[in-house]
Design a protein around this ligand. Sequence first.
Ligand code: SF4
Ligand code: MG
Length: 319
Amino acid sequence: GGPLDRLRFENGLPTMARRIVHAVNGVSFTIQRGEVLGLVGESGCGKSTVAKTIARIYRPTGGAIRIDGEDISQHDYRRMLPVRRKLQMIFQDPFASLNPRQRVRNIIMEPMLQHAEPGDKTVEKRALELLDRVGLRPEHGDRYPHQFSGGQRQRIGIARALSVNPQLVIADEPVSALDVSIQAQILNLMMDLRDEFGLSYLFITHDLSVVRHISDRIGVMYLGFMVETAPRDALFDAPQHPYTRALLSAAPAIDPDPDAEEEIELTGEVPNAFDLPSGCCFRTRCPFAFERCAQERPVLKEAASGHQVACHLLDEDSR
Ligand code: SF4
Ligand code: MG
């Protein structure tokens, strides 16, 4: 296939083994080549479901996932094989995702072997080059995952993901299990590799400082819905959705602004994701909720160029 022009994801409602794992609705976004889209929200908001649905670990019941225009949402295993090359995942816990009984060189070679001709001599050479590229040494290829630190294991996971030259890397909380000093090293490595290989990332995290560091654009999720999406600076400088504003005001400010608006404090329980309130899913905790919020579910609308918000206040302001 050609280069990834864009990935488009619309309205997936994932199921696994005929059971709804976590409803995700009204989630629609596009990732351009070379772009980092950060997906942020509290745990249980459906971020990981979106990641696993795009990677087609889950099969969505509806919607579309387009890669270079090809809708992969209902592809079977055989049709997914060539697509797997374009889409790779990096996980939160690299130890759980690295086979403990395999040497590191074999772990890195494994995705390549699924696509290579039998006896292809370049596979091992490339595995050793990748080890070097992610900051490890060739002799590390002979060792086993338990002989490495958490940060080194994530480097191995990154080398494995890059081995098939993917266009999109889906990273689900890739640094959350690491010490803060190691987190920065891994994030910087990922940014360097993005530039070098022209990668796009879908970067999932609950950590606002991480998402701010790495993203070009950010999507904010709440209870399976995308409530706001904006360029990184617009989201941090001018958040619009009451949930985003609460999320940002709860985070310790790096540079507190004395003129900043009052903090929004969240009250109320987080509703059960399987028993959502009518209308806006945030209304049980929203200090601005009014009548319409219980009657009608807000959809994403353009608040400014490239900045979309799902909140009825948008229409109230423009009256
Ligand atoms: Fe709050 Fe209503 Fe906006 Fe939902 S639609 S965020 S309840 S004001
Ligand atoms: Mg998760």
